[in-house]
Design a protein around this ligand. Structure first.
Ligand SMILES: Cc1cc2nc3c(=O)[nH]c(=O)nc-3n(C[C@H](O)[C@H](O)[C@H](O)COP(=O)(O)O)c2cc1C
Length: 191
């Protein structure tokens, strides 16, 4: 299964990178091919409401470093988003990509039966790290689910690591790493 992994933290080798590394390594042991993009090393805008993706073009009208990322996502069955919680939400780097994913919606998406240019049956995995405790931000994926499901990501998976602030701290919590393995198993080797 083709898999695209987006590293959403501006900090390399931090906690979300560690979860992503664990998930993608396990995915590869199950035969997945993985393409990883470190968003902080790319140069791109968020959506600027050109609306060309709804008026004549089949893709985003902007041409920048996200063009290749959006193409890769379109060709993958699994999308992995690794993000720290920043100011109660996703990192800015990742939120800009998600806004650009609006370009996958067909022009008449509000009323169309098939709303997406992407094939259905895809998997989306959110790997979320946060300094605050377990009861905070448990609903982040749910808050984005309608958009992702509308695009064809029918299978949503969440791994959350809480109480981790310093880089590498997530390695002190085996359960978070094991959850990456468990979700990878569900996706790449379903029973
Ligand atoms: C600018 C900034 C904002 C943050 N905001 C929050 C927050 O609102 N809630 C929280 O639990 N942690 C917050 N954190 C902590 C990070 O989510 C936490 O350190 C996480 O493990 C970082 O992941 P990373 O190592 O992959 O960058 C914030 C960190 C930074 C630098």
């Amino acid at each position: 299964m083709k898999t695209v992994c987006l590293l959403g933290s501006p900090r390399r080798d931090g906690n979300s990178d560690t979860l992503a590394q664990r998930f993608t390594t396990t995915a590869q042991t199950h035969g997945a091919s993985v393409q990883t993009f470190a968003l902080a090393s790319l140069s791109y805008n968020g959506c600027i409401n050109l609306f060309q993706c709804k008026n004549g073009l089949q893709h985003c009208g902007q041409n920048d470093d996200l063009t290749a990322v959006l193409d890769a996502i379109a060709g993958a069955q699994v999308l992995v988003l690794a993000s720290p919680i920043y100011f109660t939400g996703l990192s800015g780097q990742l939120k800009l990509v998600i806004d650009r994913m609006f370009s996958y919606f067909v022009p008449d998406y509000p009323t169309a039966a098939i709303k997406s240019r992407l094939s259905p049956g895809r998997h989306l995995v959110l790997l979320q790290t946060q300094g605050e405790p377990e009861d905070k931000y448990a609903d982040l994926l749910d808050r984005h689910s309608a958009g992702f499901i509308g695009l064809g990501f029918d299978n949503l998976h969440l791994v959350r690591a809480w109480g981790v602030r310093e880089p590498g701290e997530v390695n002190n919590h085996r359960q978070f790493l094991q959850q990456c393995d468990a979700v990878a198993g569900q996706i790449y080797q379903p029973a």
